[in-house]
Structure formats: structure tokens, C-alpha cells
Design a protein around this ligand. Structure first.
Ligand code: TXA
Ligand code: MG
Length: 328
């Protein structure tokens, strides 16, 4: 029997279910939990076997480091060496959708496997009562990648998680739709200017305002240092055509602010009819999944402005539109 065959319990995230799921985590189990960004697939980050089970359940093709979810700044300081920039960001934005990459501390308990052997560590304190209750009850940092099968879209509802991971995890705690809808912003504080590794639910404008310095940004041609940032990471089955101003035959439309409203698409979903980028981010993955499930072969996507959360939305759309490895 494959090792990931498990009896999955899906339940509303009430105190009873949270207590049982936390006990399951302490025993090395796998729990899909809501966070404010997307659903995460949590396990005890200090337990190599539990972490190995995350990789198996997701079918991650190669080991790619996981974010350790912690209760607060003090817990982060036990796991990573936080410089002044990291401390300033934590003070300004935790709990919240910001992940800090820091050098590993001597007291770090997060397993080498969760860190994929690196001497740095990604730390995040989620702004969600269910995730916080689980971290507190488990009493250890929780390794939690997004709760999707590798190469698929991040889940923003418990139903998305079940579609990908039923039978592969022990618990799915349903906390309703994720409020933010795109993953956390990742900033590396490894000496020198902090570096933006992944645009996300916290805008880089706000990060820079809190830091008082400009973020170092990944430049094209430079090797990505967030190993998960491979080009076609966030992939729906359908082909995406970005920046579309009119439709081609047979295309479904993923619209923004009604730009494609009169284009005559048979199927059209609008990320935000009022042009609100926060709403568009929250709906992005659910809309892509819905168009995928509808059987769309090609999706024309309206232009999304690059300001505010538009940067994270466009990043995810570019990855979703990138050629697949299996195309080569
Ligand atoms: O919002 C989020 O961040 C969600 C929720 C569940 O917290 N989690 C999430 O995890 O998006 P995941 O595994 O899908 O993405 C984590 C990213 C990967 O691209 C990984 O390569 C990068 O973080 N990462 C983790 N540790 C790192 C490290 N030490 N250095 C650089 N990048 C790291
Ligand atoms: Mg992911």
C-alpha cells in the first residue's frame, strides 16, 4: 500500500477538531490548516518522518525547503538569527503574510529535511486563529507548504484541499475561504539589503516603507534563491494568454474590472468587477480552478495593473502561463 494512503477527516475548525488535529500533529501526522493566505499542509517541523510525509503527500518532485510556522517573534528568534531588518519587519507585520528567510540559529529545532539541507530557514507567523491555535497546541514549529499537489494551484478553500489531497493527509480543517488568496511575501534577511524572494500578499511598497530602504530584487538570469520559484510552479491545466484585450475563438475569459465584459466569451469570471486588487488576489486561485474544472482549454486574462497586490497576482499569472516542463 502506498505510504500516503490515509483516512482523511474533513471537519469545521472548531475547538474539538483543532485539539484532535493538534494531537495528530504531535504524533507525526499531516494536517491541512487554513491560514490568511492559502491553506497549508502542516506537520511537526522537528520530526523528519513527518516532514518526509509532507513531500510524499504533495508529490514534490525534489526537496524544496518548507516554511516553518511559529507562534511569535520569540519563537522565530530561537530558530533563526534575526538581524535588525528582520526584527523591524516582524515588529511591523507579524502576525501576517510575510515570511522571513534568516540564517539558522544554533538553537534551531527545525529538521534538515524541512530546510532541504540549507543553512537558512524560512519563518512565518500566520494571522489566522486556527493556524495559531494549532501551532500553540502542537508546541513545535509547523512546516507547512501550500496544501496542493505539487505543480497545482494553491488551495484557498477546504474543498480545493480535498480535491488534491483526500486520502493523503489525516485532517483537513475547514476555516472557510482564505482571506488573502495569494501566498505570503518572502524576504531574505541574510546581511546587506533585504531581498525580495517572492512577491506576495504583503505589498513590497509596505515592506520598503517599514524598512526605510529599497528591497534587493531578483534580477533576470540570476539563479533563484527560493528554490520553489520555478517558472511553471502555479499551473492550471488550461493554457493562459495574459494581457488580453479581446478574445480569440474558444477562449474562456478571466476578467478584471469588466475589461472583457463585451468580448462575448461563453464563460467569463471577473476577479473584481469594481477593480479592487485585494479582492482580485483573494479570488485568483479559486477562479482559475473554476475555469479549469469547467474544461476551458484556453483562458484569456485581462491586464492587471502592476501596483499594490497586482505585483503578486501578475507573478502568479506569469508562472501559470509559463511553458510546462512536460512540454519540452
Ligand atoms: O502563504 C504562504 O507562505 C503559504 C502558507 C501555507 O503559509 N505557504 C507556502 O509554502 O506558500 P510553499 O512551500 O508553497 O512555498 C514556500 C517557498 C518556496 O518557494 C520555497 O522554495 C521557499 O519558500 N523557501 C523556503 N525556505 C527557504 C529558504 N531557506 N531560502 C529560500 N527560500 C525558501
Ligand atoms: Mg506552494
Amino acid at each position: 500500500m502506498p505510504q500516503f494512503q490515509r483516512q482523511t477527516r474533513l471537519a469545521p475548525a472548531n475547538p474539538q477538531a483543532i485539539a484532535e488535529a493538534a494531537a495528530c500533529l504531535r504524533a507525526g501526522g499531516l494536517v491541512a490548516m487554513p491560514t490568511e493566505t492559502v491553506y497549508g499542509l502542516a506537520a511537526d517541523a522537528t520530526d523528519e518522518r513527518a516532514v518526509a510525509a509532507i513531500y510524499a503527500a504533495k508529490g514534490r518532485p525534489r526537496f524544496n525547503p518548507l516554511i516553518a510556522h511559529v507562534a511569535d517573534a520569540a519563537a522565530a528568534g530561537r530558530e533563526g538569527r534575526l538581524d535588525d531588518f528582520a526584527r523591524r519587519l516582524i515588529e511591523a507585520f507579524w502576525p501576517g503574510p510575510l515570511t522571513i528567510v534568516a540564517p539558522v540559529a544554533a538553537t534551531c529545532r527545525v529538521s534538515l529535511l524541512a530546510r532541504a539541507g540549507l543553512d537558512t530557514l524560512a519563518l512565518r507567523c500566520p494571522d489566522h486563529p486556527v493556524a495559531q491555535a494549532l501551532i500553540a497546541a502542537a508546541g513545535v514549529p509547523l512546516a507547512a507548504p501550500s496544501a496542493n499537489r505539487s505543480g497545482r494551484l494553491s488551495p484557498t478553500t477546504a474543498a480545493h484541499v480535498a480535491a488534491d489531497l483526500d486520502g493523503r493527509v489525516d485532517w483537513i480543517l475547514d476555516g472557510g475561504p482564505a482571506r488573502r488568496g495569494v501566498e505570503s511575501t518572502i524576504v531574505a534577511c541574510l546581511g546587506g539589503a533585504p531581498r525580495l524572494l517572492r512577491p506576495g500578499a504583503l505589498t513590497s511598497e509596505r515592506v520598503e516603507a517599514a524598512l526605510g530602504v529599497a528591497l534587493d530584487r531578483a534580477t533576470p538570469g540570476r539563479a533563484p534563491i527560493a528554490p520553489g520559484q520555478l517558472a511553471s510552479h502555479y499551473a492550471p491545466r488550461a493554457r493562459l494568454r495574459l494581457g488580453a484585450r479581446r478574445l480569440q475563438a474558444g477562449e474562456a475569459a478571466l476578467d478584471f474590472a469588466g475589461a472583457l465584459a463585451d468580448a462575448g466569451a461563453a464563460v467569463r469570471l471577473d476577479l473584481s468587477p469594481s477593480g479592487d486588487l485585494d479582492e482580485a488576489a483573494a479570488r485568483l486561485f479559486a477562479c482559475l480552478r473554476a475555469l479549469d474544472d469547467d474544461g476551458a482549454a484556453r483562458i484569456a486574462v485581462a491586464p492587471i495593473p502592476e501596483r499594490g497586490l497586482g505585483a503578486a497576482i501578475n507573478d502568479r499569472l506569469r508562472r501559470a502561463a509559463a511553458p510546462r516542463e512536460d512540454d519540452v
